[in-house]
Design a protein around this ligand. Structure first.
Ligand code: C2O
Ligand code: CU
Length: 392
């Protein structure tokens, strides 16, 4: 049930928020590959809504956009029902009046497990967001030319709907963290106080082999799965976002999302396999792009700026055919970063500004740097219908 709820983002004042089942984020939905997910959504909001199941390979009619479904009016229900085909960390959110509904708290994580998951000591889901609260602790209304350009970035970082939580973890253990960036516009350049961690998965589930790093960038809507730890008893590890300049009007700042307190040691049985999964490359030799998608902008008297795709608002692209390999160049003609999201299908990133990425993965969202070019490949499997792609 999508409804209004009084939520304590920060201790003290209650914020008029919107949540699924009265909570922010909505419940974590957990399932196994091969399960059929059935969710009956009741709209108790004062305005129409839908749910988009971000990253899932589902039938077009279940995708939750206004292209495939009439938004559910207040007081009415709709049942989403589809097979879960892939393991990974996904999420769900409205696709109606999305900037407002997402900002107020309508989002949640969906975890789908496969038969061969790496065995770590524990698992947690961290849904990141940033909320803009006024002095009375209420969500600031959207507006102004800066937000119209930059998107909504709030000063209060949230983990699972709470500001600055203290997380605890046992020394000596290695945990699997499934992280979702549910913020409207904030890029999270995630760091654990400079300590190393291991990337094991991205948008479309496990990558082929673990990669150790000290920071990872999550554009809005991105997910990562990390192996975190081991740490020593007594350590306090910040879960923070380093400053990331996505060329907005507002200046990039660092933010601390949470602090992780390490307690007494416990035995570990964690094993991170050297091979996590096999992924067949969709493209083996250099190929030409079959299509270009241009992310651009137009100056606008009323709004300051309009962002466009192929020079249009709500551009309607040529159809693709089932079984025909798509190689798209997503070209950013603007001076700021844009996260490109394709609904319903995973893609592989072939090149970012002419360079091959460091590892092969399945993605549904990729950052396109300012004046940059990202080449992706994807294969439309047999799920005809109308699908969206857009800047998230
Ligand atoms: Cu998170 Cu149109 O998607
Ligand atoms: Cu954008």
């Amino acid at each position: 049930e999508a409804r209004e709820t009084d939520w304590e983002f920060v201790p003290g004042p209650k914020t008029r928020a919107w949540g699924y089942n009265g909570q922010v984020p909505g419940p974590v939905i957990e399932a196994d590959v091969g399960d059929v997910l059935e969710v009956r959504l009741t709209n108790s909001l004062p305005e129409p809504t839908t749910i988009h199941w971000h990253g899932l390979r589902l039938p077009a009619a279940m995708d939750g956009t206004e292209n495939v479904q009439h938004p559910i009016p207040p007081g009415e229900s709709f049942t989403y029902r589809f097979l879960l085909r892939d393991a990974g960390t996904f999420w769900y959110h409205p696709h109606s009046n999305e900037t407002v509904q997402l900002e107020r708290g309508l989002y949640g994580a969906l975890v789908v497990r496969g038969p061969n998951e790496p065995q770590l000591d524990a698992e947690r889901v961290l849904v990141l967001d940033d909320v803009a609260l006024d002095r009375r602790g209420q969500i600031k209304p959207l507006g102004g030319w800066i937000e119209n350009h930059d998107g909504r970035q709030g000063a209060t970082p949230l983990v699972n709907g709470r500001a600055a939580p203290e997380l605890t973890m046992a020394a000596g253990q290695v945990e699997r963290w499934r992280i979702v960036n549910a913020a409207s516009a904030r890029y999270v350049r995630l760091s654990l106080g400079g300590r190393a961690f291991t990337l094991i998965g991205t948008d479309g589930g496990l990558i082929t082999a673990p990669v150790t790093m000290t920071e990872v960038l999550l554009a809005p809507a991105d997910r990562v799965e990390l192996a975190v730890g081991p740490f020593a008893d007594g350590e306090v590890v910040p879960v923070e976002a380093l400053p990331y300049d996505r060329k907005t009007v507002a200046r990039a700042r660092a933010l601390q999302f949470a602090s992780l307190h390490i307690g007494p040691a416990q035995a570990s049985r964690a094993v991170i396999p050297e091979r996590l999964r096999e992924i067949e490359p969709l493209v083996r030799e250099p190929v030409a792009a079959t299509r270009e998608v241009h992310l651009g902008f137009q100056l606008n008297v009323k709004r300051g700026v309009n962002f466009t795709i192929n020079k249009e608002l709500h551009h309607r692209d040529q159809p693709v055919r089932v079984g025909e390999l798509q190689v798209w160049d997503v070209v950013n003609d603007t001076m700021m970063d844009h996260p490109f999201h394709l609904h319903g299908f995973f893609f592989q990133v072939l090149e970012v500004n002419g360079e091959r990425p460091a590892f092969l993965s399945w993605e549904d969202t990729v950052n396109v740097p300012p004046k940059g070019r990202v080449r992706i490949a994807w294969l439309p499997d047999d799920r005809p219908g109308e699908w969206m792609y857009h800047c998230h």
